[in-house]
Design a protein around this ligand. Sequence first.
Ligand code: ADP
Ligand code: MG
Length: 301
Amino acid sequence: MKIWILTEGKKKWGIYPYQRFKAEFRALGHDLELINARDLEIIEPVEKTDRVLYQSRYKKLPDVVIPRMGSAASYISLAGLRQLENLGVFVLNGANSIAQARDKLHSIQILSQNNIPLPKTMLARMPLDSEWVKKHFDFPLIVKTVAGSQGKGVLLCDKPSHLEDIFHLIGKTNDERQILILQEFISASKGKDLRVFVIGGRAVGAMLRSAGNDGYKANFSRGGSVLNFPLNPELEWLAVESAKALNLDIAGVDILMDKEGYRVCEVNSSPGFEGFEQATGLNIPLEILRFISLKTEGTAL
Ligand SMILES: Nc1ncnc2c1ncn2[C@@H]1O[C@H](COP(=O)(O)OP(=O)(O)O)[C@@H](O)[C@H]1O
Ligand SMILES: [Mg+2]
């Protein structure tokens, strides 16, 4: 099979997921390439051919595209991916689903429509009315950007005056990257969360992530430690339903542990899996390949 990993900008093979895809896919005789989504020529309506203009040359279309642009996915890259979809290439995940998942508020609205338990969340409107916020939220509360990743756009805010400081610092802006949401801090989950990996509508496994120090962000990329966590029906249902609601074939679902039960924190459309493979012993590229084979050939490996 001919498989493309679609990246945001020019990328090298050294990054963990690319290395793992390369090792596993090539061992099974598949042809794998890293393709910079920004270098795809976008011309619509598409000619229904088996090729596409890439870096000014015609290139044969692959059988499958695995986009790995993550939350950095730009307008141009998503347009490139959408064109590949128009050309009939099997993609996981699709451009619209990636755009939706990247926007934390939009995803929360969709999850909420699907009755998924969530932390109470509010769009921060400018100018900020802190009396209004105090009415709805206890402090500390979480402030996050709608499009952050790796814990970079997440902040724990202790008191109303800090919240005012944050908003004064940012000032008035029309920059969409600076749109913030306020979120109930699930204190029972402080520094810990569960990451469930969903592939093709199936929860393949889960890990417990813990922030190394006294921190409140459990991201593996921030040095958090990881442990295998046995799946249970509730966790599975939540993760699979969340991925389904956001139309994601591949999803990393972050789940907080509240006193009364689980709450979905966010859903990632191109989850890293270094920590996950370490914790669970699972082979993620192989799990993805099994799903691809099932979809394209009607049989798993
Ligand atoms: N509402 C919350 N209550 C408690 N902890 C949270 C909350 N939101 C985020 N966190 C912590 O911060 C981490 C990063 O937040 P997340 O929304 O997943 O952003 P990112 O996209 O940067 O991973 C989570 O893994 C979790 O440990
Ligand atoms: Mg996260």
